[in-house]
Design a protein around this ligand. Structure first.
Ligand code: COA
Length: 325
């Protein structure tokens, strides 16, 4: 008998309780609530408490995803964590989460860095590894503590980002039809300088570099719209489905205007898009899994529905996945 397809069995999310509003930011840098809302749609974001790390946020989100899937830590034999803000340069933050959750020795644990597309890169890798039959259940986590790599004096970046984590459990489908149907990952060559965190450069003394996000916002904006539109079209064509068959689109939560543009180019109504960036800002690898979890818990994603995930990020990486819930 053919083995069942791989599906998402559960989701979870966790964000720090500390809310940083636009008004508070306007007291630190030369900006305003009105400018931030009109240019980005962001109203507030979460920021980690001192000492609260990416592994802390990831562990809480993953524990919720496990509970939602009705699985125990011992059921997990693959853990992939997407982040650009790992607790340590080594070992991988995935190994720290393994220990926190009590996932047994023997599980494969590693991090991926594909910036804001990281969760979709992790999802594709986990899907492939589970489909091979060599692993049974995977935890895929996107988690970030971006507040520690922001230049809080740079108004062009510090207003955009936030902290948080989201997670999904993957395994053999339990309902007929439920499955990850397709996934595509890409990178635009020659665009690494548009969005980056200089360092850690092991050829420099620590005092010589600042590990903060630097970005050419306008160029990123244009490429982001084109990349997400392209990968969405690619997936639809590959699966021979039309845009109006998609029940819910979960885009990377970077900027309301980017989402508006994609909706316009794909000729899809905006109410088909799940949007929570107003409350979280851009949480990079955590953005899609937090949104997916909220969409599911709010009933926006129902069994049998078709869900499209699309993201872009530093690299510039981009990708998409089609999931039958
Ligand atoms: N508050 C007030 N003014 C600001 C500001 C802020 N937070 N940030 C920038 N400005 C100013 C600029 O200095 C500029 O002033 P100037 O005309 O006097 O030079 C003006 O606003 C317009 O700046 P511009 O960069 O043209 O704005 P924009 O419409 O392109 O919006 C971004 C800027 C960053 C919001 C937008 O480019 C963007 O979202 N890009 C994509 C970024 C992204 O998603 N990155 C993550 C990828 S995963």
């Amino acid at each position: 008998m053919a083995s069942p397809p791989i599906a998402i069995l559960g989701t979870g999310a966790h964000a720090p309780s500390r809310i940083l509003t636009n008004e508070e930011l306007a007291q630190r840098v030369d900006t305003s609530h009105e400018w931030i809302v009109s240019r980005t749609g962001i109203r507030e974001r979460r920021v980690a408490e001192p000492g609260q790390t990416t592994a802390d946020l990831a562990s809480a989100a993953a524990a919720e995803a496990l509970a939602n899937a009705g699985l125990a830590p011992a059921d997990i034999d693959l853990l992939i964590l997407a982040t650009v803000t790992p607790d340590l340069d080594m070992p991988a933050t995935a190994c720290l989460v393994q220990q926190r959750l009590g996932i047994p020795s023997g599980a494969a644990c590693f991090d991926v860095n594909a910036a804001c597309t990281g969760f979709l890169y992790g999802l594709d890798v986990a899907w492939s590894m589970l489909s091979s039959g060599r692993y049974r259940h995977a935890l895929v986590i996107g988690a970030e503590r971006l507040s520690s790599v922001l230049d809080w004096e740079d108004r062009t970046t510090c207003v955009l980002f936030g902290d948080g984590a989201g997670a999904a459990v993957l395994g053999p489908a339990r309902r007929p039809g439920a499955a990850i149907l397709a996934s595509r990952l890409h990178t635009v060559a020659g665009t690494s300088d548009l969005l980056h965190i200089p360092g850690p450069s092991y050829s420099l003394e620590p005092a010589e570099h600042r590990r903060v996000i630097r970005m050419k916002g306008k160029e990123v904006f244009k490429l982001a719209v084109r990349a997400m539109e392209d990968v969405a079209r690619e997936l639809l064509e590959q699966q021979r489905i039309s845009g109006d068959q998609i029940d819910c689109i979960i885009p990377h939560q970077a900027n309301q205007r980017i989402i508006d543009a994609i909706a316009q180019y794909l000729q899809l109504p905006l109410d088909r898009f799940f949007i929570n960036l107003d409350r979280y800002g851009n949480t990079s690898a955590a953005s899609i899994p937090i949104a997916l979890h909220e969409a599911r818990t709010q009933g926006r994603v129902q069994p049998g529905q078709l869900v499209l995930l699309v993201a872009f990020g530093a690299g510039l990486t981009y990708g998409g996945a089609l999931v039958r819930w």
